[in-house]
Design a binder for this molecule. Structure first.
Ligand code: HEC
Length: 192
């Protein structure tokens, strides 16, 4: 009996040893993508919201709206080129038609939505797709956002609401309150 126990623990030890380096390697790759993804999202968010704050300080919500309409894509596209990744902001209730979630995006929105409502951790998720690693991070509303994504007539003035509808006739991105899931950052890496 004792002998069998020794043998078993030896086998377990062997199994543990043979698995550990592989698992460690995967964990290391994951944490590299996660920290890179977080870094790119932080810089993208700071760039967009910095520009937004500037437009607000120099003018009004209206000028900031026009600014976003023209510059949101050029800003994320130029950051994407410099980091050699793809950068997207997606939503199930999208303003720009190009930002509509796909099937995987809808799945992620659902998951993050449940996590938010249950008060769980909202840490980003990685998904493998063909030869890419996709990083998803939730985007949560703050008070500033409601000027353009809140309730029309309450948070959004009548004239800004008309401008939004003129720029985006199929806009769905209104009616939000603070601390709600507005959308997702989606960063696509080529697998290393
Ligand atoms: C001055 C108005 C304004 C403010 C303030 C604003 N947004 Fe937006 N938002 C826009 C416009 C305009 C677009 C569409 C940009 C485009 O055409 O790509 C947009 C698009 C988005 C998108 C991409 C998905 C979609 O619906 O097309 C997300 C996500 C988003 N905003 C989140 C936020 C968050 C979070 C805040 C607050 C931190 C915020 N916005 C504040 C005007 C605004």
């Amino acid at each position: 009996m004792k002998y069998i126990m020794y043998l078993l623990s030896f086998i377990f030890l062997l199994m543990a040893c043979s698995k550990a380096p592989q698992e460690q390697a995967v964990e290391k790759i994951d944490s590299t993508y996660l920290s890179q993804g977080n870094k790119i999202v932080k810089i993208s968010f700071e760039t967009i919201s910095g520009e937004l704050q500037k437009a607000l300080a120099n003018g009004s919500i209206e000028s900031a709206l026009r600014y976003c309409n023209v510059n949101a894509y050029p800003i994320t596209d130029s950051l994407a080129t410099s980091f050699q990744v793809s950068i997207k902001r997606l939503s199930d209730k999208n303003r720009n038609l190009r930002n509509k979630t796909d099937k995987m995006g809808d799945f992620m929105m659902k998951g993050f939505g449940i996590d938010l409502s249950e008060g769980n951790d909202l840490s980003p998720k990685l998904v493998l797709k063909d030869d890419s690693v996709i990083f998803y991070k939730p985007i949560i509303t703050q008070a500033l956002c409601l000027n353009c994504h809140g309730v029309p007539g309450k948070d959004i003035t009548f004239s800004n609401d008309s401008l939004i509808q003129a720029l985006y006739p199929r806009d769905k991105a209104v009616g939000y309150q603070v601390n709600q899931l507005r959308g997702l950052w989606r960063i696509g890496f080529k697998k290393i």
